[in-house]
Design a protein around this ligand. Structure first.
Ligand code: ATP
Ligand code: MG
Length: 309
């Protein structure tokens, strides 16, 4: 365990309302050092949800090695072109890793390019949704210090929870926070030193099983306890559904699917509601008087991929 880490002494550190700083785009960072927790999938769904609420949205991809978010948006643009649709699109900016061999020079190079990309995104949007890699990188750290809201998707597994806290296997008591919680704590301290508004940290459970398994119950208990101890809010999460995998190739989100389509199953409708509930739980400061940005024709004519088995 690294030294210097202090768990939140006071749960009031948890922000329940992420207010917009006047004249500044709101930065939502989707982060978790654990790979495959659903960061890119969640980032895109939230970006599209915000566009559909009339906000101007930029997406910032800090995981260009995988480039999932960029690929998702390329697929979306290609699908819209193929089908002659107008799909709402965020302004997308990618910040690749530095090619410099010297670590200090590479960090400086990445800092300069990250700041330039963020400034571009901020100038053009009400929200900047940042997708980060599933590992501790310099770019990811930079993003975490800039987050007004930090959203951490967490697979519903004690393996994934291990990056947030060590848990006693017999009693489920939290023994101590672990690496990712420490990293967030350090970024919070940096923000405080800079006199910035504290981050609103929200943890969401992802890929929830529809079964009432013991693991699911145990995870709920531990996450609620951990929330108070290290200072985050818990948002209702997303269930495990095949549709999330199917939508990628056409760059679609659940929010693009047409109500009343023959192939839109009850499961899809429930999934879409979960996404909307998640966005509502984030309590993001929407700009005043939003107007619908995407043409109704988009939803009406969007093909739904084959239903889940
Ligand atoms: N709720 C869900 N139900 C089913 N599959 C999901 C769900 N959320 C994400 N997935 C799937 O899990 C995999 C990982 O998702 P994603 O790429 O969004 O995670 P990530 O955190 O961005 O990963 P990485 O850390 O590698 O960047 C993908 O195959 C995605 O389709
Ligand atoms: Mg990803």
């Amino acid at each position: 365990m690294s030294t210097g880490f202090q768990p939140a002494a006071n749960p009031s550190i948890v922000q329940t309302q992420a207010a917009r700083e006047p004249g500044r785009a709101h930065v939502l960072v989707v982060g978790n050092e654990k790979g495959g927790s659903g960061k890119s999938t969640t980032a895109l769904h939230i970006a599209i949800a915000l566009l559909k609420q009339g906000a101007r949205v930029a997406t910032l991809d800090l995981d260009t090695r995988q480039g999932t978010l960029g690929r998702y948006l390329e697929n979306r643009a290609a699908y819209a072109k193929r089908k002659g649709l107008e799909l709402a699109m965020p302004i997308h900016v990618a910040v690749p890793l530095s090619a410099l061999a010297d670590r200090a020079a590479a960090d400086a190079d990445e800092t300069a390019r990250f700041e330039a990309a963020l400034a571009t995104a901020r100038a053009a949007a009400d929200f900047v949704v940042v997708d980060t890699p599933g590992s501790d990188t310099h770019l990811s750290r930079l993003a975490h210090t800039q987050a007004d809201t930090l959203l951490t998707p967490l697979n519903d597994s004690f393996i994934d929870l291990d990056l947030l806290a060590r848990v006693d296997p017999d009693t489920l008591r939290i023994l101590r926070p672990s690496v990712y919680a420490e990293a967030v704590w350090r970024q919070r301290q940096l923000r405080a030193v800079q006199g910035r508004r504290p981050v609103d940290w929200v943890v969401m459970r992802n890929r929830l099983s529809s079964l009432a398994a013991r693991n699911k119950r145990d995870m709920a208990v531990v996450i609620e306890t951990l929330a108070k101890r290290i200072g985050f809010r818990v948002a209702a999460g997303l269930s495990e559904r095949v549709i999330y995998k199917e939508l990628f190739l056409n760059g679609l989100t659940l929010l693009d699917l047409k109500c009343g389509s023959a192939s839109l199953t009850l499961s899809h409708v429930a999934a879409r509601q979960e996404v909307r509930d998640l966005v509502a739980a984030l309590n993001l400061p929407l700009p005043a008087a939003p107007g619908p940005k995407d043409a109704p024709a988009t939803e009406a004519s969007t093909q739904v991929p084959p239903p889940e088995e």
